[in-house]
Design a protein around this ligand. Structure first.
Ligand code: HEC
Length: 199
């Protein structure tokens, strides 16, 4: 009996210490956040732990969510690659650049930076998912809001070819686009994206 009362008191004490510690940690975190202590500026890189956390969340989220997406078997066909090249030139180069092009003012100010996609380590289904849905808290837009899956796969088809393309081949392909009316359906005359409700 005496033993079990002692035991209960000890358990209560441990509970109080853990609970108190948790409240103190959350309170301190809130004060740090509320005081604006974390610099959200794009010209100041993340601290190591925050960078690790965001990178891991992004990688796991993309991996898990794209796992069951079936990849079309015709991504190697030239019309698909050409359509993707034209779309890429139109919509992606300001941030991701292209074979033979210089850095843009836009690309240099991005944080996280837009990676050179010829070095992408992502699989086709992961690239499809990222292009369709975009990435929160980065400049990567969700192109699925304005483009159907076929056009997004065309862009993936182009990205799979990109590592082996010379600037001249890139130029040739991007001018070869078969029927570009389809691809441009989501764009205004000046190239700006309309609101998603227009189609
Ligand atoms: C306004 C700038 C911007 C534009 C335009 C843009 N992207 Fe991105 N994109 C980004 C940024 C920034 C990232 C990195 C996000 C991150 O690291 O969390 C990214 C990431 C990606 C990735 C994942 C890269 C990897 O391998 O890890 C793919 C694929 C991609 N973009 C494709 C495209 C395509 C295709 C287009 C055009 C249809 C496009 N992006 C247009 C900014 C942009």
């Amino acid at each position: 009996m005496a033993w079990s009362i002692k035991n209960m008191t000890r358990n209560r004490l441990i509970g109080a210490v853990i609970g108190g510690g948790l409240v103190a940690v959350l309170g301190a975190a809130w004060i740090i956040i509320y005081a604006g202590a974390y610099n959200i500026a794009a010209d100041a890189p993340h601290t190591g732990p925050v960078y690790w956390l965001l990178k891991t969340v992004r990688e796991r989220s993309i991996l898990v969510r794209s796992a069951d997406i079936p990849v079309p078997t015709d991504l190697g066909l030239e019309p698909r690659v050409a359509s993707g090249a034209a779309l890429y030139k139109e919509m992606c180069t300001a941030c991701h650049l292209a074979p033979g092009t210089e850095k843009t003012e836009l690309s240099q100010g991005l944080y996280p930076p837009a990676p050179a996609l010829r070095d992408s380590k992502l699989s086709a289904e992961q690239q499809f998912w990222v292009i369709k849905h975009g990435i929160k808290m980065s400049a990567m837009p969700a192109w699925g809001v304005t483009h159907n899956d076929k056009l997004i796969w065309d862009m993936v088809a182009f990205l799979r070819k990109l590592p082996s393309l010379t600037p001249a081949e890139y130029e040739r392909l991007s001018k070869l686009a078969p029927d570009h009316d389809d691809a441009m359906k989501g764009m205004n005359m000046d190239g700006a994206m309309p609101s998603p409700t227009t189609h």
